[in-house]
Design a protein around this ligand. Structure first.
Ligand SMILES: Nc1ncnc2c1ncn2[C@@H]1O[C@H](COP(=O)(O)OP(=O)(O)OP(=O)(O)O)[C@@H](O)[C@H]1O
Length: 566
C-alpha cells in the first residue's frame, strides 16, 4: 500500500513509548533468498524481487523489520494459506523470520493499478478498464469472502496485474489488514457491536460505516470501498476528499470524514453510468451480515461494458484497446467535467416540451387493436434501415447510432461481422430479424446464430439484449398472428424481468436440464414458446445469468426442432 494512502489508528503504535529506533539496513540475502531490485515500499516494509539461491526461483519477497510498530507480515502470512488456489490470489512459497526480518515469498506480479493509472497521465480511466476492474475485483472479493476473509484495504495500490502470460488478470495483494469474518471455531459470522472501533483501512476508499462511524467491518464494506474506488477512477481529479492529500492533523481528518459521510451516491456519480450509483447505493443498503449478490454485479458491469461497445471485459487490457465501434451512449461516457449533466431548469424545460408532444396516434407495444398498423410500421422500419445500410455502404456517411438490418441470408456473414459489430448490437439485429421472420426454418437459423453470438467472447451472460431476442422469439412462437414488433430493450422492459426475485443456481440447472431433454419432442410452436419463456425466466432469476452448457444444448435442440416443426 502506498504510505500516503494508508492510515491505521488501530495498531498499537509506539508513539507513547517514544519513537522506536530506526530499523537496521536490510541485508543482501534473507534465508535462501537473494534480494534484487526494490519493487515498492509500504508503511511497514519493502518488497524486493528475489531469487532462491538453490532453485533460482524468482519471487517477490516482502520484508519487514520484526520490531516494526505495525507488524503486518506477522498477520498476513496466516491469510495466504486460506486464499491459495483462487484466481488472482498470489501464491505463497515461503514465510518466516530470519534474524530481525520477517519475510513472505510470494508470486512476482506486475504493476499496481495505481501505478498504471498515474503513468497514463489521464484525468480519468476509460470505462472499459473500469468495468473490467469492477468485474475482476468483485470476483476476487467473492472468492476471499467464501474463504471467510475480508480484505479491508481495497485501493488501487493493492490491485496489481500479473506478469505475462497473466497480465490480463488482476491480483489482490496486501492482506496485512485482512480479517476473518467467519469465526474459525464456531463457523459463524462475527457479531456486530455498538462499541466504536479504532479505524483500520485507508483514507480514500474505506466505507463510511467503518471510516466515519467506527463500525465493525463486514463483506459490505469491502464492496463499498470498491465502489468508491471505481467512482474515483471515473471522476476527473478523483473523489473530492482525496484531492488535498493525506490529512496531517486530526481536524483535517475530521473534515475529510465529514465530507465522505455527506457525499451521497447520487452526488458522487452525477454524469456517470447509472450502474455506479446503483452499485454504491446497493453496498450501502446491505446489512451487516448480508451476503452481497456478487454475480449480479459482475453481470451488470459486463452488460454496461457490452452496451457501451466493449468486448471481453473479463480481461483487463492495458493500455486500453480502442473500441471496435464508436461508443454511442454519451450518458455512459465518463467525461463529467467536460460534459456536465444538464442544469435542473434546462431539464425541466425539456420535460415540459416532451409532455406537449402528441404521441396519441403511435402504435403501442402490446396494443392488439393496432396490429395491422404496427406490422406495417415494422416493415417500413426495416425498409428504411436497409436503405440506410446500402447508402452507408456506398460511402454516404458514418454508421453511428443506426441499427443495421443485414440484408444477406441468415448467418452467412457471421465471421467477418464478429470482429466488427459488438455483441449487444448483433443481438438487437437478430431480434429484429426474428421479428420479421415468417417461418420456422428462419427462426431456427436465427436461434443458431444467437448461440454463436452468445459465444463470441468469454462472457456467457444472458445480457439484456439476449433477453430481448428471446422475448421476440417467444412472441413469434406463441402467437405470430398478434405479434407486434417490440421496442428496443431497455433496463425496465422485458417479459422475463417482471418477477425479479432470485432463485438459487440449482433451480436453474434443474429447469435447463429438463428443457434440454424435452425440446427435441416438443409438439408445437406454442409449447416451444413456453420453453423459451421458462429458460429466460429461470436464467434471469438465478444467481448468475450465465448460459450453461445445457443452456446452449437446449438452443441447439430448439433450432433443430424448429427446422422439423414446419
Ligand atoms: N507480489 C508483488 N509483485 C510485484 N510487486 C509487488 C508485489 N507485492 C507488492 N508489490 C509492490 O509493492 C508495493 C507495496 O506492496 P504492499 O502494499 O504489499 O506492501 P506493504 O508494506 O504492505 O504496504 P503498506 O505497509 O503500505 O500496506 C505495491 O504497491 C506494489 O507496487
Amino acid at each position: 500500500m502506498a504510505q500516503e494512502e494508508e492510515y491505521s489508528s488501530g495498531s498499537d503504535s509506539g508513539s507513547d513509548k517514544g519513537t522506536p529506533p530506526p530499523p537496521p539496513k536490510i541485508p543482501q540475502s534473507i534465508q535462501n533468498w537473494w534480494l534484487n531490485e526494490n519493487l515498492g515500499s509500504g508503511y511497514s516494509g519493502s518488497i524486493f524481487k528475489a531469487t532462491n539461491l538453490h532453485t533460482h526461483q524468482v519471487v517477490a519477497l516482502k520484508v519487514q523489520y520484526v520490531h516494526h510498530e505495525c507488524p503486518t507480515n506477522k498477520y498476513e502470512r496466516h491469510f495466504y494459506p486460506l486464499l491459495q488456489g483462487g484466481v488472482g490470489m498470489p501464491r505463497l512459497y515461503a514465510a518466516g523470520v530470519y534474524a530481525e526480518w520477517d519475510y513472505l515469498a510470494i508470486d512476482l506480479l506486475g504493476s499496481s493499478l495505481d501505478s498504471l493509472f498515474r503513468k497514463s497521465g489521464k484525468d480519468t480511466m476509460d470505462l472499459r478498464s473500469v468495468c473490467s476492474i469492477a468485474v475482476q475485483v468483485i470476483q476476487r472479493l467473492q472468492f476471499m469472502h467464501t474463504r471467510g476473509v475480508l480484505h479491508r484495504d481495497i485501493q488501487l495500490g493493492n490491485c496489481t496485474i500479473g506478469l505475462p502470460p497473466h497480465e490480463k488478470t488482476i491480483y489482490m495483494i496486501d492482506f496485512g489488514f485482512s480479517k476473518r469474518y467467519i469465526d474459525q471455531y464456531t463457523n459463524r459470522h462475527i457479531p456486530d457491536s455498538k462499541v466504536k472501533r479504532d479505524f483500520i483501512g485507508n483514507y480514500w476508499f474505506s466505507s463510511v460505516n467503518v471510516h466515519c462511524r467506527g463500525k465493525v467491518p463486514s463483506r459490505r464494506d469491502d464492496l463499498e470501498a470498491l465502489a468508491l474506488m471505481l467512482i474515483h477512477l471515473l471522476t476527473p481529479r478523483g473523489l473530492s476528499w482525496t484531492r488535498n492529500g493525506v490529512p496531517k492533523t486530526s481536524e483535517a481528518h475530521d473534515r475529510l470524514k465529514a465530507e465522505k459521510r455527506n457525499a451521497t451516491a447520487a452526488s458522487l456519480c452525477r454524469g456517470l453510468p447509472i450502474e455506479f450509483e446503483e452499485f454504491l447505493s446497493y453496498t450501502r443498503r446491505l446489512k451487516f451480515m448480508d451476503c452481497p449478490d456478487y454475480d449480479t454485479w459482475v453481470d451488470n458491469f459486463r452488460d454496461l461494458a457490452e452496451d457501451s461497445g466493449y468486448a471481453s471485459v473479463d480481461e483487463f487490457i492495458w493500455p486500453p484497446p480502442i473500441p471496435v465501434t464508436p461508443v454511442t451512449k454519451t450518458s455512459n461516457t465518463p467525461l463529467r467535467a467536460r460534459t456536465p449533466a444538464l442544469p435542473r431548469d434546462e431539464m425541466a424545460g425539456i420535460l415540459n416540451d416532451l409532455t406537449r408532444l402528441n404521441l396519441d396516434a403511435q402504435p403501442v407495444l402490446g396494443d392488439r387493436t393496432n396490429v395491422q398498423a404496427a406490422v406495417r410500421q415494422a416493415q417500413q422500419d426495416v425498409k428504411i434501415d436497409s436503405t440506410q445500410q446500402s447508402s452507408r455502404q456506398a460511402g454516404a456517411g458514418p454508421a453511428v447510432n443506426v441499427l443495421i438490418i443485414s440484408s444477406g441470408s441468415e448467418g452467412e456473414n457471421l465471421a467477418p461481422l464478429r470482429y466488427q459489430v459488438p455483441k449487444a448490437q448483433r443481438l438487437v439485429q437478430l431480434a429484429d430479424k426474428a421479428s420479421n421472420a415468417v417461418d420456422n426454418a428462419t427462426l431456427g437459423k436465427l436461434v443458431r446464430e444467437f448461440v454463436q453470438v452468445l459465444q463470441m467472447n468469454s462472457s456467457r451472460t444472458l445480457t439484456k439484449d439476449a433477453v430481448f431476442f428471446l422475448d421476440v422469439l417467444y412472441k413469434q412462437l406463441d402467437d405470430p398472428s398478434v405479434f407486434i414488433k417490440p421496442q428496443r430493450p431497455s433496463r425496465q422492459q422485458s417479459f422475463a424481468e417482471q418477477t425479479p426475485e432470485k432463485q438459487p443456481a440449482h433451480v436453474k440447472l434443474g429447469v435447463v436440464a429438463r428443457l434440454r431433454r424435452e425440446v427435441s419432442y416438443c409438439p408445437s410452436n406454442k409449447a416451444l414458446a413456453t420453453m423459451v419463456s421458462d429458460f429466460t425466466k429461470v436464467t434471469n432469476k438465478s444467481t448468475g445469468r450465465t448460459v450453461t452448457k445445457d443452456g446452449f444444448t437446449f438452443f441447439e435442440g430448439l433450432a433443430d426442432r424448429l427446422a422439423s416443426l414446419q
